[in-house]
Design a binder for this molecule. Structure first.
Ligand SMILES: CC(C)(COP(=O)(O)OP(=O)(O)OC[C@H]1O[C@@H](n2cnc3c(N)ncnc32)[C@H](O)[C@@H]1OP(=O)(O)O)[C@@H](O)C(=O)NCCC(=O)NCCS
Length: 296
């Protein structure tokens, strides 16, 4: 059987013209919508070898609809107040002056937006608990400082943020984490994040290795956010080991380093983990154990 090689069509642009065209589209998309969309658009278009001049027409409506319709619903029991906000919600919001002071004057637009989104999500979540929201300040280790009687957690990715808060009588700690699925994964760092048993689970899957790695990573970040504020003990990624429980759609975890008096080595916990649209969402609540929470 013969093998023929098709010559490139006459209409194909020179690499220089194509690069110019891509640059024009970049500028156009930046002006139209200065979010992360431009990067996603061009990487998807590049992968599919869509001619640059068609990229905007093909993908803009898709991404616009996706962003408008994505709403992350609470992964928690109803006693936890959960809020999800996106950049459109910032129009009618001004953060508390004490919170604004936490932002460096040199903060880039992305950081400003993420910070404000996180504080807005926290504000709404506290209000929904029926409590008057006070500013969420910051501790020495970047941890959010919550007003008396509640604990909470914040996560933001680009133009979306989530926050969860709960009364201290119900939980000692709470953690949420969002990870995007369309960001490149460097599986080479997996040995710094995962134990061999976790690597086995990740590599057992032929097609979903990246997703599984993100799930382990995200679940550990959520765990960190829940444990750290209790006694300011820093847990590294390898200080906890996770096992996936398919039936519960969650990881069962075990601490390999103490996270405080009431959270010794061997202490077990559970982190919920699910895929929502383009995100991995992880969530954890630590039932009360400390003396201030006598129900533990
Ligand atoms: C702190 C950390 C978890 C933040 O996660 P991230 O994916 O970079 O970013 P997210 O958007 O999900 O979360 C950022 C928010 O986390 C919160 N946060 C930051 N440091 C925190 C800490 N020490 N404790 C609790 N929450 C913290 C903040 O509210 C922050 O938002 P803000 O700065 O606007 O207030 C991460 O940067 C980190 O240091 N991880 C290493 C430790 C770890 O995860 N170990 C695993 C042990 S099991």
């Amino acid at each position: 059987m013969g093998c023929s090689v098709k010559s490139a069509p006459d209409t194909q642009k020179s690499p220089r013209a194509a690069a110019k065209s891509r640059l024009r589209i970049c500028l156009f998309v930046f002006i139209l919508n200065p979010s992360e969309f431009d990067r996603r658009l061009l990487s998807i278009a590049g992968l599919l070898r869509v001619p640059p001049e068609r990229s905007v027409l093909w993908f803009y409506p898709y991404a616009f609809v996706e962003r408008q319709s994505l709403k992350i619903t609470s992964p928690f029991h109803s006693v936890v107040s959960f809020s999800c906000v996106s950049t459109g919600d910032l129009n009618r919001y001004s953060a508390h002056p004490e919170e604004l002071k936490l932002l460096s004057p040199r903060a880039i637009k992305k950081r400003r937006t993420e910070f404000l989104l996180g504080r807005l999500a926290a504000f709404r979540a506290i209000k929904a608990l029926g409590i008057h929201p006070e500013p969420v300040l910051r501790g020495k280790h970047r941890e959010p400082l919550w007003q008396d009687g509640i604990v909470g957690s914040i996560s933001h990715k680009g133009d979306i943020a989530i926050a969860a808060v709960v009364r201290k009588t119900i939980a000692d700690g709470i953690g949420v984490d969002l990870e995007r699925m369309d960001e490149p994964v460097n599986l080479r760092i997996s040995t710094r994040v995962c134990h061999p048993s976790e690597m086995d689970w990740i590599f057992k899957s032929q097609n979903n290795r990246d997703i599984r790695f993100r799930m382990v990573f995200s679940a550990k970040e959520a765990g960190f956010k829940a444990f750290f504020p209790i006694q300011q003990i820093y847990l590294n990624y390898l200080d906890a080991e996770l096992r996936w429980n398919e039936g519960r759609q969650s990881f069962g975890g075990s601490l390999l380093k103490s996270a405080g008096n009431h959270y010794p080595v061997g202490c077990s916990f559970e982190v919920g983990c699910r895929i929502i649209g383009n995100f991995v969402l992880s969530s954890i609540t630590l039932p009360p154990r400390s003396p201030s929470n006598p129900s533990g």
